[in-house]
Design a protein around this ligand. Structure first.
Ligand SMILES: NC(=O)c1ccc[n+]([C@@H]2O[C@H](COP(=O)([O-])OP(=O)(O)OC[C@H]3O[C@@H](n4cnc5c(N)ncnc54)[C@H](O)[C@@H]3O)[C@@H](O)[C@H]2O)c1
Ligand SMILES: [Zn+2]
Length: 382
């Protein structure tokens, strides 16, 4: 696994969605060949690259150069970085800019950025001219293992996150792991929480592997030639691709990807979706709570919950509620936030619970009183 294979072939993961099937290509240095890949898929197409200001500074010139070398025309649409860009206002700017750049049916949108850009550009692609094809070039770990795959696109409403959107699958995902070298450590760690999620929800062997190899994933093999990062991203993409192929519209199994997200979203909302608590950090805390809640319900012993927490803590993710800067909402506020979450049906809460590491399942019938008692207990120990 850690053999120095510097020039290894990229890893290709297939998303089997019939006529909408596509490849996720994973490897170090793939940007250089992006133009050739685009040309092979859509000969003659021009592109609009949607990106944010930070990503543009680091990586837009290389992407533009790669497209140009292959003779693929491009226009750049640069929006402010951050969650605030998943808004009506920025969506309007992006759509209008795509039209102004004369992007027609048959042309392509390139989403170059993290989850914010993927969601925003994907939704613009779904909407302009009733649907344009798009390519995801994810630049955060979170986007490479999660948001760029599966076709969920959208923006935020004043009533909550991701409430306006569409399912629109990309035609290609190019995950260049070298792009992650410029990602701030904290964002990398937050993305790692989603990576650990795949182990915790359905792949105990992968979780054990992560416990042993996480340092190589963080260092990225730039000097050692280790392919741990590429391998781990591929495992996650294979996991997500399988789930998405079986349940594209989240009528069942896809909900497993929400492990840790009901508690996590409540904490994230409590922090005002600010830099105080990044999404992945909230998910790390949420997954620990999901394991502890499962233990409180007698589904697992304390050992599994302790092991999940120990690993997330080892990489530097928050795993105790008292690690949230500025504190967490009180019990009533937390319960309100949980009730607002979209995973609530007719007063009963849907939670992703576990029967062990790698054994998550969807429980549609959790009572609010039970959750309240569990959280009251947690908050009492702060
Ligand atoms: N569609 C889905 O299935 C799905 C799944 C999970 C999350 N999401 C969404 O993803 C978003 C979070 O994504 P994110 O964590 O990638 O956030 P993000 O896109 O805001 O990126 C985080 C920060 O890193 C910067 N950045 C990105 N790539 C960089 C790089 N290579 N070098 C330096 N800086 C870089 C960005 O400018 C930004 O400031 C949320 O809006 C969430 O709702 C969507
Ligand atoms: Zn998430």
């Amino acid at each position: 696994m850690t053999a120095p294979l510097r020039h290894a072939e990229p890893i290709v993961v297939k998303v089997a969605l019939g006529a909408r099937a596509y490849d996720i290509v994973i490897g170090r240095g793939l940007i250089a060949g992006l133009g050739e890949r685009v040309k092979a898929l859509r000969p003659g197409a021009k592109t609009a690259i949607v990106t944010d200001a930070t990503v543009a500074r680091h990586h837009l010139p290389a992407v533009e150069a790669a497209l140009k070398t292959a003779g693929v025309g491009s226009a750049a649409i640069v929006v402010p970085q951050g969650e605030g860009s998943k808004s009506y206002a920025t969506f309007e700017t992006v759509c209008e800019s795509i039209i102004a750049a004369h992007i027609e049916r048959g042309d392509l949108i390139v989403a170059l950025g993290g989850g914010v850009i993927g969601d925003l550009a994907g939704y613009a692609a779904a909407s302009v001219r009733r649907g344009l094809d798009f390519v995801q070039v994810p630049t955060t770990l979170l986007a490479q293992v999660d948001s760029s795959v599966g076709g969920k696109t959208g923006i935020n409403s004043r009533h909550g996150k991701n409430l306006i959107g569409a399912f629109h699958q990309p035609i290609l995902v190019v995950a260049d792991t070298a792009l992650l070298d410029t990602l701030p450590k904290r964002d990398f760690r937050a993305g790692y929480a989603e990576m650990a999620k795949y182990g915790l929800l359905g792949d105990a062997a992968f979780f054990s592997w992560l416990e042993a190899n996480w340092q190589d994933i963080f260092s990225g093999g730039k000097s050692s030639g280790s392919l741990a990062r590429e391998h781990a991203i591929a495992v996650c993409c294979r996991g997500k691709a399988g789930i998405v192929a079986r349940d594209e519209r989240e009528t069942g199994e896809r909900a497993l990807l929400n492990l840790g997200h009901t508690f996590g979203h409540a904490l994230e909302a409590g922090a005002g979706f600010s830099d105080r608590l990044l999404h992945g950090e909230a998910v790390a805390l949420g997954m620990v709570l999901a394991f502890e809640f499962s233990a409180a319900k007698g589904l697992i012993g304390e050992t599994d919950a302790t092991r999940a927490r120990a690993h997330l803590a080892a990489v530097g993710l928050p795993t105790h509620l008292n690690e949230v800067p500025g504190g967490v909402p009180g019990l009533d506020a937390l319960m309100d936030l949980i009730a607002q979450d979209k995973k609530v049906k007719r007063g009963r809460l849907t939670f992703i619970l576990v029967r062990g590491i790698g054994q998550a399942f969807v429980e549609n019938d959790v009572s609010a009183a039970e959750v309240r008692a569990f959280l009251a207990d947690k908050l009492a120990t702060l």
